[in-house]
Design a protein around this ligand. Sequence first.
Ligand code: SIN
Length: 493
Amino acid sequence: MKTEGLTARLNSAGLLRTQGLIGGKWTDAYDGKTIQVLNPATGEVVADVPCMGGKETNDAISSAHDAFYSWSNLTCTERSKHLRTWYNLLISHKEELGQLITLEQGKPLKEAIGEVNYGASFIEFFAEEAKRVYGDIIPATLGDRRLLVLKQPVGVVGAITPWNFPLAMITRKVGPALACGCTVVIKPSELTPLTALAAAELALQAGIPPGVLNVVMGNAPDIGNALLASSQVRKITFTGSTAVGKKLMEGAAGTVKRVSLELGGNAPCIIFDDADLDVAVKGSLAAKFRNSGQTCVCANRLIVQEGIYDKFAEAFSKAVQNLQVGDGFSEGVVQGPLINESAVQKVESFVQDAISKGAKVLLGGKRHSLGMTFYEPTVIGDVKSEMILSREEVFGPVAPLMRFKTEEEAISIANNTNAGLAAYIFTNNIQRSWRVTEALEYGLVGVNEGLISTEVAPFGGVKQSGIGREGSKYGMDEYLELKYVCLGDMNRK
Ligand code: SIN
């Protein structure tokens, strides 16, 4: 279907919101400036949205601050019900939300609807967790005292989210924030703001009060600086590049804000000689080519033991060849376009660097004949540690294969990076799976499985891949302060 027809349908469903949300009011940029949102598969303009900056952000922060007292004083059951209603609305609009994601982000519609289910699952999970913010009673060391620990919401949260999961990276932050009693100012990526705005519309329909959830977008540095400078914003949560994460961490120091950072990865996917070949091919295919390779947990290096290397390379390349590339709205497509031209140029430069240093293209290796930002699903053999492909995140549909001899060597290659988000191993040896899992310096490890993200498990990295965890019961801690209370003179009758 053409972009125009889809936007008309989404508009009539009330889900094509093209203004920011401040204090419950749909708002243009104060100076009237706008930016275009493009369909990466066709280059067509999907919509114009406001190009907001510091002033709008400060107003959004004030609204979130004003709403904080009443929202945080609702009972946990009331907050839980609001979140549950929001979840129901997200699910009942999953088709339209999926279409919006495909329109502005490009991923295939089936995968986009999968993201809606995944994204909504965080709201459902945290609707339930809202009722489990337990404190503690500590045995006192003095007889006339009683010691307690209260958990309280941190306050206003600035949530800065990326384009690769236009819905799920918002809900994974906003779900626990709202469950704990925090209010939020969301800054979605300028490339994919429409899904965020539709989700915000559904939050309003769910009865989440004005000001609890605000959305501003446009001039990213101005918005970021306003969030960092405000002493009313008590926490920044961010998913995106390591470079930007470091700047946010530095900026947050000015007001000593808390930060949660989900940053870049360089995921190793280790295939041992004793792996089941079919399981390894299926798992590494999923870990590499999800979202056309544009996730922080995508396998970035397939590290394959020498005894299985040739067999794996052949079977894997065959499977990659079958991946259908095209517009995410076309039937059967499993690989959409990359997000924009600079993403393709980055992939091209990484591949050229590897070829110039002796790597071999086993499949693909160039732009797709569809043009635009489509790139051929690619497999590159004989990749070495000095090549950029193995050192930095390619964030595209390119699978570099590296060879190793021993388990120790595999662990050393895998850990030889500043990143530490996700890692995958394929082996049928149970002792090895445990040993290697313990030795990997990563926040998430998949054993004989390439798709491991779920709302019930903690997601986050070590080393320069970030700070904090999202999802699961641990995700709540990021939005809570501990308050120690000492009751004295407790022996008086
Ligand atoms: C990401 O790429 O940042 C998130 C991926 C996921 O949630 O699985």
